[in-house]
Design a protein. Structure first.
Length: 500
């Protein structure tokens, strides 16, 4: 069996550890990879313990688009073969191409290329990936996230060829992971079928009960670094860089960036962040935050009826792939505010990781809705969920937390907990006020269904420290150990290991 891994950016070190585990535990000897960033390619070529048969670099593909004549007939055929239903979703999920994010800081939002150039980039990327798949003929393609043009094309072109595709998904139940066959999110009812018909194992149901009790007794984010106190949500935290240690870190980061760009062979790569842009964007951000946002925040009022809407981090796959029509969160806020009962307020709270990036004009646009209150991001979401009468999310984790706390919820995008009978998902632009009314007046939590659902998901998932391995672990063998349960799950899903 041959495995192909989508090795984007820093995930390359985790993907390498995953390949090591598949080789050592299951005897897989054939690997290929689609790599994004030259740094990742260098790591895999120089430090990997795996023999990669071929590593296709996204940056090399992109560099060839300028000499590629536009072939509209090819693109029309490609659209007919893998479009959803056209090719724009393949492009729009790519933050770099569509808004230059990762190269520039939010709120910068300018496409990297013009329309014809984007079509040629799509064309050359599709052709090179098609040739790659025809050469390598993998049996399985594994993704950690599908958030770029290349990854989307690799996914759909593999599907078209009948190649098994597996997307690693965070389950939001502590550190549990599962794998999905979809490109956007895990859909239990669609992908498992038996999720509401077959009972969970006794062990799965017991773990579900323990998790639910622990969470309700002490609510906490599934990932500790998402806590507000870990983010730069105040002016004092945003200007820590002026401390001697902060200044030294900034100088080191700039010197490291200069060295990698001018001596690391990445100067001409489209994915390279230019030091001048890094400095300019950081300076603009710090100047914006000199004034602060405290005067725009409202205080929650005890006893006031309100719905809670947490803003999401952007641009991110949770919006671009799971809810592409909801990416304008100012517009979304307006629709929710106008769907509430008379006398209600809409409490909007910023995502803690976005506080330092949003301009004041963004929050002023939100406050143009007369029934909206902007809540300080330092306030914990759990307190707002508990006090709210309704929670509305696009796809965010606060929606799952609201379910665990028995709150009525309306979702606006695709997410795994939409399958619960007491969750309402907005599919038609005119139905939101009716969904709100139904949840406010007729919501009925089903504890047994929730336990059944959680138990089945626990049965289908594994506990693995992938985030730690991805962002913090420096020891290669420890990374291998951290992702070993995920390798076991992938082996089970591909027939290398029986479920029993």
């Amino acid at each position: 069996m041959k495995f192909c891994l989508n090795l984007q950016r820093n995930f390359s070190i985790v993907g390498d550890a995953l390949a090591v585990t598949l080789r050592e535990k299951y005897g897989v000897s054939q690997f290929c990879g689609y790599v994004q960033t030259r740094w990742a390619l260098d790591y895999l070529q120089q430090k990997s313990d795996v023999k990669w048969e071929e590593l296709l670099l996204d940056e090399d593909i992109h560099a060839s688009y300028a000499s590629e004549p536009l072939d509209l007939e090819y693109l029309r055929q490609l659209e007919a073969d893998i479009g959803i239903p056209n090719l724009w979703p393949e492009i729009a999920v790519d933050r770099v191409l569509i808004s230059q994010q990762l190269l520039r800081e939010y709120p910068f939002d300018v496409p990297l290329k013009n329309h014809e150039e984007l079509m040629r980039i799509t064309q050359v990327t599709a052709k090179r990936i098609s040739e790659f798949l025809d050469r390598q003929k993998p049996d399985v393609v594994v993704f950690s996230v599908i958030g770029s043009l290349g990854a989307m094309l690799l996914y759909h072109m593999a599907k078209k060829r009948g190649i098994k595709t597996l997307l690693v998904c965070h389950l939001l139940i502590e550190d549990r992971l599962l794998v999905s066959g979809r490109h956007d999110y895990f859909a239990p009812k669609e992908e498992l079928g038996h999720v509401f018909t077959d009972p969970p194992t006794p062990a799965g149901k017991q773990k579900a009960k323990e998790f639910l009790n622990d969470f309700r007794n002490a609510p906490r984010p599934y990932y500790s670094l998402l806590k507000p106190d870990k983010q730069q949500i105040s002016r004092s935290k945003q200007f820590r860089f002026l401390l001697p240690s902060g200044i030294m870190k900034t100088i080191y980061a700039l010197l490291f960036a200069f060295r990698r760009i001018y001596f690391g062979g990445i100067k001409d790569d489209y994915s390279t962040v230019r030091p001048r842009h890094y400095i300019l964007d950081a300076l603009r951000r710090k100047l914006r935050n000199l004034y602060g946002l405290a005067d725009l925040y409202d205080t929650p009022i005890s006893g006031e009826p309100f719905a809670f809407f947490p803003l999401q981090y952007e641009p991110e796959v949770t919006l671009l792939a799971q809810a592409p029509l909801m990416a304008d969160q100012v517009w979304v806020t307006r629709q929710i505010a106008r769907s509430l009962p008379v006398g209600w307020k809409l409490y909007v709270k910023e995502h803690p990781q976005m506080t330092e990036f949003r301009p004041r004009a963004y929050y002023k646009a939100l406050k143009n809705n007369p029934n909206v209150r902007i809540i300080n991001p330092a306030v914990k979401s759990f307190a707002l969920i508990e006090a709210s009468r309704l929670v509305v999310v696009i796809t965010g984790t606060a929606g799952f937390e609201a379910i665990l706390l028995k709150k009525p919820i309306v979702t606006l995008g695709g997410t795994f907990f939409n399958d619960l009978s007491f969750v309402k998902n907005w599919k038609n632009i005119s139905e939101l006020p009716y969904l709100v009314k139904e949840q406010v007046e007729h919501f009925k939590h089903d504890e047994e269904e929730l336990l059944h659902f959680l138990g089945k998901l626990i049965d289908e998932s594994v506990s693995a420290q992938m985030n730690h391995a991805w962002f913090f672990e420096q020891d290669r063998r420890k990374r291998v150990a951290a992702v070993a349960p995920l390798a076991d799950l992938i082996a089970r899903k591909t027939g290398l290991l029986s479920k029993e």
